[in-house]
Design a protein around this ligand. Structure first.
Ligand code: PLP
Length: 261
């Protein structure tokens, strides 16, 4: 599995979360880093984008030697990174692609330049097997307002080219993801853990979804499993780590009586 995403120095989200989610799913994780963030639980202090050539080189190295069964794409940051990832996807043949259109960090930092949204939609959405926006990201991609339902958003984003969409985190009395594959709309209920720690929950969700597709699940089955795993990771999240939103714990390490190592 390959994660093309940003690095979170706080270890909660980005490639750090992706590798943990891949390990939990039982797949080998590889990474192509798009940007390095200097980030705590409180703020994104700085973002250092990598040159497009560096992104393509990372993908080429692992695609030619190891092989890529599925790709998860997270933070991209700039139009240059988006163009590079578009080129890099030519190196992984027809591997399924799960695209998490990351725009803002849990602490409110900007992770996608506003002028890059059109490029993301035009260059990468049509190549995606599944796109996993949360409600605000889906509104931005679809160009629709606050009063649009999750189902309308899922239909509008799917019309931009991906095979399927999961709009994550809809509100009712419980958390509901909305899945649409061009034919069927399916509500995927999940548990909401407001007393958990959620930094990295989106990354954990999209990485688990991509891993499950690599292992042979259809997108809907993978999306259901991803909701369960991301929900449990929030429930087990590390409260009290840092002064801001604590990181998810996809292994439930603190609940274990004995550590894995
Ligand atoms: N990628 C990076 C590098 C990040 O720093 C973040 C959030 O801070 C994200 C992705 C998205 O994180 P989440 O899984 O909390 O949506």
């Amino acid at each position: 599995m390959l994660s093309i995403a940003g690095s979170d120095s706080g270890g909660g989200a980005g490639i750090q979360a992706d590798l943990k989610a891949f390990a939990r799913a039982g797949v080998h994780g590889m990474t192509a880093i798009t940007a390095i963030t200097a980030q705590s639980t409180v703020a994104v202090d700085a973002v250092y984008p990598l040159p497009g050539a560096a992104i393509v080189a990372q993908v080429r190295a692992v695609a030619e030697d190891i092989g890529v069964d599925a790709v998860k794409i997270g933070m991209l940051g700039t139009t240059e990174a988006i163009a590079a990832v578009g080129d890099a996807l030519d190196l992984v043949a027809d591997a399924p692609v799960v695209l998490d259109p990351v725009m803002v960090s849990e602490s409110g930092g900007t992770l996608l330049a506003p002028d890059a949204i059109e490029s993301l939609a035009a260059q990468l959405l049509p190549r995606a097997t599944v796109v996993t926006p949360n409600l605000p990201e889906a509104r931005v991609l679809a160009g629709l307002g606050e009063d649009t339902s999750a189902e309308q958003l899922a239909r509008a984003v799917q019309a931009l080219g991906p095979s399927a969409v999961v709009v994550t985190g809809g509100h009712s009395d419980q958390l509901v993801d909305t899945f649409f594959d061009g034919e069927t709309v399916v509500a995927i209920p999940g548990e909401r853990h407001t007393d958990g720690a959620a930094h990295g929950s989106g990354c954990t969700h999209s990485s688990t979804l991509a891993a499950r597709i690599a292992l042979g699940d259809d997108p809907l089955t993978a999306a259901r499993r991803a909701r369960e795993v991301a929900g449990a990771a929030v429930r087990d999240g590390l409260r009290g780590v840092g002064a801001g939103a604590g990181p998810v714990d996809v292994f439930g390490l603190l609940r274990r009586k004995t550590p894995l190592a």
